[in-house]
Design a protein. Structure first.
Length: 357
């Protein structure tokens, strides 16, 4: 028996409630004192509240992992993705400057050469980087910096970026070349109304191919500098899905009914500075919304499950999924075929009268 379980048995609930209430009252008195400045606020979280402790550690561990990733290159290289996207934005700028990207073109090419030598980066990513770099050097006027890097790039072997010679170029394209959308506003509204948070599912297996197809569609969501700092941990086993869903809290009564579960995990190793630490939640949530809508078009229902930043729950998830400290769960997503008889909360939504300022 754990100490916590023993304490729950021997300590009267009335005493526990009294102590908690006293602590809450003291905390409310402390807040106005420490909230005056950033410095005093930091003191509060140093001495009285460790609520941001895991985030602080995660950001620092993420920064360390970021710098390591530039040498130990895996299937994707975050610096190469970011800088390739920056070059794309320079190429589409109006008016386009004759010379640009001098501040980061050398690190981009060096990173590309390392990735090419490593041979671990996915072919599509390498082909995109090469196509954009080719377009960049074809478009810019040399300066001493650009001329030096151009010579370095000209020596590249491009071993990992050849890909399919029949593939279309992975360079910027005009807006007018995008396909016409067959979806009307009314049809989109119907899809939005159909997507409800579903908690009751049929005991039916979710096909793996549908899970993967939905993830590919979700990957088309916007992402800051195209870093895509998230992964989808898919649990397509009802027993384990129910176990992990209970880590979140707020799932009492329906966790055992979940056929499949996806944990959206953000990775802080995509950023060298703490200023971007919230991007994992923004980008991960954008992708999760597209994921839910993709499932809806496949006849699958979903329920996003809030992930609270509670230390013992974080430890449970970290152990279960073998996560590093800089990998932060963003939300959980239940997936399955809806039970037609299952109830759906009405959940009145705010209107434009309240939301538009």
């Amino acid at each position: 028996m754990s100490i916590r379980s023993f304490a729950r048995r021997v300590i009267p609930k009335s005493l526990v409630q009294f102590v908690r209430g006293l602590g809450a009252r003291i905390d409310r008195r402390l807040l106005p004192v420490f909230a005056v400045t950033k410095w005093t606020s930091s003191l509060y979280y140093l001495f009285f509240n460790r609520g941001f402790g895991r985030e602080h550690q995660g950001v620092l561990q993420g920064r360390i992992a970021y710098w390591r990733s530039l040498h130990d290159i895996a299937q994707s290289c975050v610096l190469l993705r970011r800088n390739t996207h920056r070059l794309e934005k320079g190429l589409i700028m109006r008016p386009r400057r004759p010379s640009f990207a001098e501040a980061y073109i050398e690190e981009t090419v060096v990173c590309y050469l390392r990735a090419d030598e490593a041979g671990t980066v996915q072919a599509d990513e390498m082909r995109w980087a090469k196509d954009v770099l080719d377009a960049y050097f074809a478009a810019v006027t040399d300066t001493p910096v650009i001329a030096k890097v151009r010579a370095l790039y000209a020596k590249a072997e491009h071993r990992q970026s050849q890909g399919n010679p029949m593939a279309t170029s992975s360079t910027p394209y005009p807006q007018g070349s995008l396909p016409e959308s067959p979806v009307s506003t009314e049809q989109l509204a119907t899809l939005f109304l159909k997507r409800r948070s579903t908690r009751w599912y049929l005991p039916k297996l979710v096909p793996d191919e549908k899970l993967r197809e939905a993830v590919n569609l979700a990957s088309l969501a916007p992402s800051a500098c195209n870093r895509q700092p998230y992964e989808f941990y898919v649990i397509n086993d009802a027993e384990r899905a129910g176990k992990i869903a209970k880590f979140a809290g707020g799932t009492v009564g329906f966790a055992e009914n979940i056929p499949a579960l996806i944990v959206v995990v953000g990775d802080l190793n995509a950023y060298p500075m703490e200023r971007d630490r919230h991007c994992i939640y923004i980008d991960g949530s954008l992708a999760a919304m597209q994921l839910m809508l993709a499932f809806e078009t496949m006849g699958l229902s979903t329920c996003p499950i809030n992930w609270p930043d509670v230390e013992h729950r974080e430890r449970q998830m970290q152990k279960e999924l073998n996560l590093k400290v800089h990998q932060r769960p963003i939300m959980l997503l239940a997936v399955g075929y809806a039970d037609p008889e299952g109830g759906i909360p009405f959940s009145a939504k705010k209107s434009d009268a309240t939301l538009v300022k």
